[in-house]
Design a protein around this ligand. Structure first.
Ligand SMILES: [Zn+2]
Length: 196
């Protein structure tokens, strides 16, 4: 078992587009196992290779709860081949410790990928944590980060500032956020209006 060092924002490797894996050999199998060890140790539900400093298209996910047996999935060269709908929910990222905010994602995704045996598989996830994790991790492989997808940029900035990942005055952002929330309540009559 090896726990790898997590790369924390703004490490430049997080912004790179990762390379396709052409040969699935012992080094890829070891990397996948080490990434799973690292993810479990950090209480994450997903981890992409760039987050441990390896710019390759490999990611691991396990959305099983603590009471359930572990259900790791290793994705090699994953590609979303179908997406549909929309969902908004809280997201965090192991490369952004203590930062959580709402992100908009597709509700349903169909992902095609290879497993450690080199077999090509397809997986469908809809309206759940697995769907969200697949989209979050594939973004990592393309050098995209969840901070680019916040539904509310002020809330994101507040979280980033509190976590010490962004220079700024948390109090000032909170104040602005308060004003913005009031504005929303006044101008938007119902919740449906926000989501439609
Ligand atoms: Zn992440």
């Amino acid at each position: 078992m090896s726990v790898l060092k997590l790369r924390i924002y703004p490490d430049p490797v997080l912004k790179q587009k990762a390379r396709k894996i052409t040969i699935i050999d012992a080094s890829v199998r070891k990397l996948a196992q080490d990434m799973l060890d690292t993810m479990y140790k950090s209480d994450g539900v997903g981890l992409a290779a760039p987050q441990v400093g390896v710019s390759k298209r490999l990611m691991v996910i396990d959305v099983s709860s603590e009471e359930e047996p572990a259900k790791p999935i290793v994705f090699i060269n994953p590609e979303i081949i179908e997406k549909d709908g929309e969902m908004i929910g809280q997201e965090g990222c192991l490369s952004f410790p203590d930062v959580f905010f709402e992100v908009k994602r597709a509700s349903k995704v169909v992902v095609r990928f290879q497993n450690l045996k080199g077999q090509t598989l397809k997986l469908t996830a809809e309206g759940n944590l697995l769907s969200r994790a697949i989209q979050h991790e594939i973004d990592h492989l393309d050098g995209k980060l969840f901070i680019e997808k916040a539904t509310n940029e002020l809330k994101r900035d507040l979280e980033m500032t509190k976590a010490g990942l962004l220079d700024g005055d948390a109090e000032e952002i909170s104040k602005k956020l308060g004003e913005e929330d009031e504005g929303l309540t006044l101008s938007v009559p119902s919740k449906e209006a926000v989501t439609s």
